[in-house]
Design a protein around this ligand. Structure first.
Ligand code: SF4
Length: 125
């Protein structure tokens, strides 16, 4: 058994949390203390068993009135896939125009998410 201390990031309260973890036969949270709500408990279990993150980055735009368009994942993705997804984002090129909400990459690295634009980029005058 293992004890792990975390700070819950679900809300600004930032509760100091302690989790009692069983590592074998499979990673499992046995007990959580310090959370003051159920959302926090669910987050701790997710964070230990399968941590997820959203990504914000940018993609190069060809012939746009801006060189880059800001993007993000439309859902949280497994922490272990972030470098692979970031690599795909960094190598992607799109053509202007781009509209907020456009899906610029679908299922990067096989992850069930989309990379969506978070700003408009018009065509170069
Ligand atoms: S445990 Fe609940 S109250 Fe505390 S930081 Fe997490 S979400 Fe907020």
């Amino acid at each position: 058994m293992l004890k792990k201390e975390l700070v819950c990031i679900v809300c600004p309260n930032g509760c100091q949390v302690e989790a009692l973890i069983e590592e074998t036969p499979a990673l499992k949270v046995l007990e959580v203390s310090g959370c003051t709500c159920d959302k926090g408990i669910a987050w701790v279990e997710q964070e230990i068993v399968n941590p997820m993150r959203t990504i914000a980055s940018s993609i190069v735009v060809e012939q746009g009135d801006f060189e880059l368009v800001s993007v993000r994942t439309d859902t949280a993705i497994p922490l272990g896939k972030i470098f692979e997804v970031m690599d795909i984002i960094q190598h992607k090129r799109v053509k202007a125009p781009v509209t907020i909400g456009d899906r610029l990459i679908e299922n990067p690295a096989g992850v069930p998410c989309h990379i969506i634009a978070t700003r408009n980029v018009g065509v170069q005058p």
